[in-house]
Each structure stands twice: as C-alpha cells, then as structure tokens.
Design a protein around this ligand. Sequence first.
Ligand code: ADP
Length: 223
Amino acid sequence: MTTDEANRGLGRGELALLAHEVRGALTVIVGMSELLRSDLAPAERLRALDGISRAVDRIDRLVDEAVAGEVAAGHASGLVDLAELAEQVAAEQEAVTGRRVEVTVAERPQVVGSREALERALTNLIDNGLKYSLASAPVEVNISRQGARAVVQIADHGPGISPEDRERIFEPFERAGGGDAPGTGLGLTVVRSVVDAHHGRVGVDERIGGGSVFWIEIPVSRA
Ligand code: ADP
C-alpha cells in the first residue's frame, strides 16, 4: 500500500456532500430558531425544539463518522492478524452494547495494512449488524481464507438488504430500510474506502434463513 492509499479518507466529492448535509441541518436549526421567536402554541414550540435537537444530533453523528474515517485512514501500515482484530472488535462491541457477537475462526490470515483503519471497518460492519437486528439476535463473525485472500464475513439476523440496494448503500449518505435507526449513511462508505486502500473487495449477500452477510476480502500477506 502506498502512503497515498494509506492516507485515503473521505474523497473530495464525499466531503462536499458532507458539507451539504451539515449545511442542510444548520438551515433547519436557523429556520426553527426564527420560528421560536414568534408567538407559538406550546405544542408547536416543542416541535420546533425537537427539530433543532434532531438537527444537532445529525451534525454530531456526521462529524463523528467523518472524523473516525479520516483518523482510521491516516495510520501507518503493518502486518495485521484479521482474526485477532475481529476478536478484539467483537469483544469491545459486546462490552459496549451488552449484545452477543460470536466469532468463529477457520484460519488466521495476516494482511498488510493499517490496523486502525481495518478496526474501523470491522467496527462499522458489526455495529450495523447489531443496529439493524433485534436486541435478542447475535451477530456472527467468521474469519477464513480463500486461496490468496483473507475473508471476514459479518452475518446478522436483521431484515436483509434488497438486491437493488446492495451497491447503492456503499455510496455516501445512501440509506436503505431501517430508516428509523440512527445513522448518517457514511458508515459503509468508510468501510469501502478502507477496503479499497487494502486492495480488497467488500459486498453484501443474503443470509440463508434471513438477514444479511457483509463480507470483505483482502489479499493475504506474502511475507
Ligand atoms: P447508517 O447505518 O449510518 O445509515 P451505513 O453507510 O452504515 O449508514 O449503511 C447504509 C444503509 O445500509 C443503512 O442506512 C441501512 O439502510 C443499510 N444497512 C447497513 N447495514 C445493514 C444491515 N446489517 N442490515 C440491514 N440494513 C443495513
């Protein structure tokens, strides 16, 4: 991986979209604040305050997600044991959410890359698996090797993703179902940019029995 690739965070187009989204939320805040200056019924006043609070929340998430992507993209490259990393991220997510994240390790492939960036990618995928499924359902993570490629699969028991949405959701700010769940539509964009920087591929399939299986494939280290 070259330094340029290792440093790849959100691209210029994505930053422009991010700015657009933040401005949109700021416009809501300005509009609602103006409204609050006028003589409003108590219920309308509450609605305006709710609108402001949702817009602030959205800006907070957008900035968080973008900064996390940038920080992950700026780290140095080395040998990373993907199974060990997945076990670490799963344990952290279990501790934070109180949910089950089950890891099975078929092989322990090593890849060359940024541990922090890969950690961010795995965190986003596991986090989504938990977010879009019922609290009682586990997320299952499997690490294996297929020929020269390390493969990490993250399976959930959620609603799955319809075939026509499976490409689109990796684009910035694109969201599919589960619209009530908090989010920015940036998580999978960060995942794709990390995987691209590692010369890998990412995708999603249907899980047999319901839910989705996100997968990433990264060339194993030849060292
Ligand atoms: P966010 O979760 O912040 O909306 P992402 O980029 O992580 O943004 O995901 C984009 C969209 O893809 C989500 O809004 C959701 O519609 C869909 N999605 C992602 N992961 C899952 C999943 N595990 N199950 C169902 N839908 C998902």
